[in-house]
Design a protein around this ligand. Sequence first.
Ligand code: ADP
Ligand code: MG
Ligand code: MG
Length: 884
Amino acid sequence: MKFVYDFAEGNKDLKDLLGGKGANLAEMTNLGLPVPPGFTITTQACQQYLRNGTHVDGLGAEIDEHLAALESKMGRRLGDPADPLLVSVRSGAKFSMPGMMETVLNVGLNDASVDGLSRQAGGNDRFAWDSYRRLIQMFGKTVCEVPGHEFEDALHDAKVAKGVKDDVQLDADDLRALVTAYKKVFVKHTGHEFPQDPREQLDLAVEAVFRSWNADRAVLYRRQERIPADLGTAVNVVAMVFGNLGADSGTGVAFTRDPASGEQGVYGDYLSNAQGEDVVAGIRNTLPLADLERLDKRSYDELMQIMATLEGHYRDLCDIEFTIERGKLWMLQTRVGKRTAAAAFTIAAQLVDEGVIDLDEALTRVTGGQLAQLMFPRFDLSSSPDSLTRGVGASPGAAFGQVVFTSARAVEVAASGTPVILVRRETNPDDLPGMIAANGILTSRGGKTSHAAVVARGMGKTCVCGADEMEVGRDSFTIGSHTVREGETISIDGTTGRVYLGEVAVRPSEVVQYFEGDLDPSQANDPLVAAVHRIITHADDQRRLKVRTNADTGLDAARARRFGAQGIGLCRTEHMFLGDRRELVERLILARSEAERNEALAALQPLQRADFLDIFREMNGLPVTIRLIDPPLHEFLPSLEELAVKVAVAHEHGQSVEHDEQLLAAVRRMHEQNPMLGLRGVRLGLVIPGLFAMQVRAIAEAAVALAAEGGKPRPEIMVPLVGAVQELETVRAEAEKIIDAIVGDSGVEVLIGTMIEVPRAALTAGQIAEAAEFFSFGTNDLTQMAWGFSRDDVEGAFFWRYLELGIFGISPFESIDADGVGRLVRIATEEGRAARPGLKLGVCGEHGGDPDSVHFFHEVGLDYVSCSPFRVPIARIEAGRAAV
Ligand code: ADP
Ligand code: MG
Ligand code: MG
């Protein structure tokens, strides 16, 4: 197996093997762009190292070979005391994990080569010692797990001793002294000296990068982002170039378009006389990239040209890391850039306008998850909230919460259900748990490319960064004379960067207004609304899957229809038994004679009919699937404990409570150990005479009533929890009689079908299809019964452990388990259609609105998915994406 690739051997499509960074460095090298030479150690080497826990056979020899080639290309030997070659050792996985893993710069420096480096730089001692101290710091932290703050404290002390504020104000002697201090820190924590052998430094750094794949924060990040745990990282060894050689040097990051809005222009940050991570870490405040034109026009022009080349080549927004060494520009990284949800849509539409991509490809450049983010509400500023300050809008959204200052505190307060805003000077990967727990993130330093900004955008979390008027302390922050303490509430706007005191009211997003029909996309001067309109319209043209909604009221039905629903896939009737109607259900349950029961049912029927008529009206012309009552009836009765206490207390006071006593007896009688596996669904219909009949009558009468008004009702009666065709046949025979009697020659057509949610139903779908005109997969119950997981209990009880062990990467209740539950869906689809060609097939579980599941249902060949009204646009986009 080949473990090492020269940059010239790779290309951008080899991300699996070379990681994103390595693949793109190779691509840039082959485009003839100025990339410092180097090579990439593959992810396979990493996987092997992590499996064995040590040493990978043959890797050392391959590194020797490529290092020798690199040395001869550069005309310098690694760590040569006279004229040293230095390299960086950089992590780079298939998926970008910003700041999660490790990089060591300046490898090859030691007590001897530091002088050689100084001579190389024309006698620049300061630079050489600064590079050396950075190596010990990064190497110590990354390779030997020396606590980073020890180095930071030593640096801080050096600055205080000298009475200066900035690193750049330390001179060569100060830095030489700092190296001595750093070495002491190193020995104290590791028990041995800082390694002087350059090749040993290189090997140790490579292994440390391998190991960083399994660092806690990397593991957490992968889980959050659903990145598989076994990919491993590649390692890039790159000849060093120096941005810290003086005023004619520097380092920066750039985007070919604004990653927040998608607008074209010059976006990025530049820091002169600095190395690598200084920009990203927000150590010093950066200059806008546009200022580089003034500082170094030649490099600026070349960079602009390279950016145009990269956009043209990748046909998408790229982000870039570059360094200028004494007026010579070097490209250190590029990739198709992360972006906000809004930018994803606007950039895709712009690229279509520019003729770079077509609409099909535009559709692949956005996701339903991004659309979901755009449907979040925004702040309503008409109440003129108190503006505290303004930073950079780094990740959109409107968030409020109690101010907290540490990651741990954020986790703690959020766990009690209180929304929090995590406020930090800057964030680092250790803050990840707090960032996940927080509603929003606010920092005083760093730009759109800071750790806080990048990670928040990835998580879809509201973030404002670089609010530099803010002085962040331990348990408060101040802006001028105003102090905000921990526990006070603030609101942050991740689009505008504004920070407000108190909780600001929110208003719906423009995208939701557009879906509501309140914004005309052709007139909207908002390019985002126009882009969403264009792309979702194309998704509608391309998709094969229809999208219906789950709705129980006319109001929900109407909204879902505005959002593009093509019918109702699940109308739950049990919600219609709640509220004042609970009493009628009690009467039904307590009925002692047929007459009493019929009376209770007769009272319920007109109420149900009115509900159905309302819904049919709103969905006029579109199919409406109504599920007959599903949950165990005792769900409509008071709880056993409460009732028992009430009755006992009444007895104590010598009161007579006959009704409550009867109720209590009924509750006791109906108690079940496993209600979800008990008397519910079709079983209720078979056991309680007249219940289903009442519902069927109400449906048929409502349909006839709408037809009489000139409407076109399309009712579909769905029987829940069927496991055997005989159950369905029994219900069907009764229902057909009732329907025939009511419908007459009104022209109304009523379909009868079933849910497929018991595994046995899926496995005998061929038989069941004989009695069903449609199937709707109830994937919640199907998942629950296929796995034997109680949906209401498992999440909190032990799913975390299953996720940790990788038994599944995501809860099977969130995204369909394609291998197991999905196989049941496939079997039922094939056998159902074989028995009854033209059988209508849909899905009505939560999965109907989950992007990955929508792709699965498309591929299996269902006719529609059904989801909650707000997920309808998301399902439309994803069904379109699945089809192109
Ligand atoms: P990350 O993936 O966290 O961005 P990188 O591997 O890109 O880590 O490196 C961290 C920083 O060091 C970046 O700013 C990068 O540009 C800089 N850097 C990496 N390699 C070199 C090099 N050979 N010469 C100069 N700077 C480098
Ligand atoms: Mg980088
Ligand atoms: Mg169910």
